[in-house]
Design a protein around this ligand. Sequence first.
Ligand code: ZN
Ligand code: ZN
Length: 272
Amino acid sequence: MIHADLHSHTLLTDGTLTPEQLVDAAAAAGLKVFALTDHDSTEGLERTREQCKVRGLEWVPGVEISCEYAETGCHLLGLFLQDWEQPALQRIFDASKDERRARVYKQVERLVELGYAITVEEIFARAGGQTVAKPHTADALIAKGYFKDRDEVFDQLLGDGKPGHVGRARLLLKDAITAVKNAGGQPFIAHPILENFSDDQLREMQALGVVGIEINHPDQDATARARYRALAKELQWAVSGGSDFHLTPRDALGKNGLTKPEYEELCASLGV
Ligand SMILES: [Zn+2]
Ligand SMILES: [Zn+2]
């Protein structure tokens, strides 16, 4: 029985539900603790807090920050934030928004060169909130009939090393860690399997200030989870988990996260 989900997204970034709909879905899935961790945005936190109150869920303030480590893109979860209105943290999010918008223009230029008839307006129209992200480009291409789903677009066109990939200027992991800590939060490395980080790289992240690792994630199978559990034990890292919910059914709520004892262990080890 999953008790806590500490990783999810709304349509304020690249998810599909409003904060209210997302919390309702979490309650319906039987979850008792819920964290919204939108990409480079804390815009949805107040609404999530209010709806968690309505539904009787314990609420954990969070964010997922895109940054860079060893020249690879990297996602850092900031959990249990205390002061997310802090200017230094919000400046990071503002810079990320500006950069994401600029990147859409570069992205469209590249796609047109590759023969796709797509416009900047079509991509912005897909972004429900202020944060425009790659899945919006993917959705615009799907709507035009070029691909059947997001997985296919990323595999063939937009993923790392693919012809339509446009890199972005990123924040360094160490600076993202500092920003989370300054906001009173706890920095966790998100879904390490997606970036294929080695155990030595993860050990180095601990030296940079990461306090825990996301283990129970839909993209991490039993083998990956066992490997990360051994490492977490060695490093005395806190262990997190969540659905990484963007849309159903892929990221169904209530399937990935923490059981009650796992959540209690996480809180005890962090002293939160
Ligand atoms: Zn992520
Ligand atoms: Zn995520």
